[in-house]
Design a protein around this ligand. Sequence first.
Ligand SMILES: O=C([O-])C(=O)C[C@H](O)[C@@H](O)C(=O)[O-]
Ligand SMILES: [Mg+2]
Length: 429
Amino acid sequence: MNLTITDVRLTPILVADPPLLNTQGVHQPYTPRLIVEVETADGVTGVGETYGDTKYLELARPFAAKLAGRKVSDLNGLFTLADQVAVDSSRISGQVDVGGLRGVQTADKLRLSVVSAFEVACLDALGKALGLPVHELLGGKVRDAVEYSAYLFYKWASHPEGVAAEKDDWGAAVDPAGVVAQARLFTERYGFTSFKLKGGVFPPDEEIAAIRALAEAFPGHPLRLDPNGAWSVATSLEVARELGDVLEYLEDPALGTPAMAEVSAGTTVPLATNMCVTTFAEIEEAFTRDAVQVVLSDHHYWGGLRNTQQLAAICRTFGVGISMHSNTHLGISLAAMTHVASTVPDLHHACDSHYPWQSEDVLTERLEFEGGSVTVSDAPGLGVELDREKLAFLHRRWLDDDGSMRERDDAAAMRVAEPGWVTPAVPRW
Ligand SMILES: O=C([O-])C(=O)C[C@H](O)[C@@H](O)C(=O)[O-]
Ligand SMILES: [Mg+2]
């Protein structure tokens, strides 16, 4: 068996995304992703997927160029290699990502966000070469299926008029009744039993009413609200008081560890985050100050599946819960998320996934949710197959784009509908 990497292919694509609202704006009609393929001397191909904006592509290209001649089993070496890729200082800012809402941008985090796709591709190839599923390469699954939550969004019925876009069949959701109707569709289509509402879009009273309406429609089901740091400490505490009896957790009510610590000190509602703990360096302060009770992992920016397991071990050590965050992603990532989640013993919350919002994919067969869960594949590697025609179609869309969709920017997409829109300063309420 020859595990040596002989070829690496990077394919940027644009995938359709519905008009989902968040505190920064609205999702663009098409969002960039990068599909990574590594091929071994034996002709085995492994696939991975990550963000496709230019700042990731400009790291992925030099990184990919260094891989030929290395082995797909040399996973630790990927990190050493990534350290050699220079990150332009203009890409690094303390600001929350303009399209993604996942905390600080550091050079290391940008590198990890790229390395993760290569790690997944190498694991896929290694698993195929050895005849083992990825979860076995990670130590073995401790569950046969991974539960996901319905990721509810306020949304418009369609993208603004005159904008090229694909149609979706979810309808509008801009009030409590719309949110409940969307939740019903999610249960009918996928069987989800827990619900997360992306908040920070309307004044807190309206979002409280939406959660109350969900609690009435789905009594006893786990509910979460995530305004992406849009609220002050006082507002966060107010919402926690209003909804404490029905919330599984409140996600990033206020921005940053100090504010989250203040909220945490004033409520018994657990706080979750994918904004103030998004790198290993941020863990110590947040855990020492008891600012968060649940960390939402995400293999894309934590640096892959094995780093996700390491994060889970740290959380376990400190008695902090773990679950999973998601941005727009396709089936390769859902498969990767499912493999790693299946190996984490103390995963007590359903994971987030945007996958139901994605009508397009690059796989020959979409992954299925049954009863809100994805069955863990025991096929070699990730257990997915790339559809080259679909990949070529979505790549063609990326090639044909005039550049306006190649960087995800939810505020820019919002300006199409509301020309004066700027990303709201926080706290917004
Ligand atoms: O849990 C979160 O904060 C997210 O999922 C961030 C995402 O970017 C979501 O808000 C989105 O895509 O609009
Ligand atoms: Mg969040």
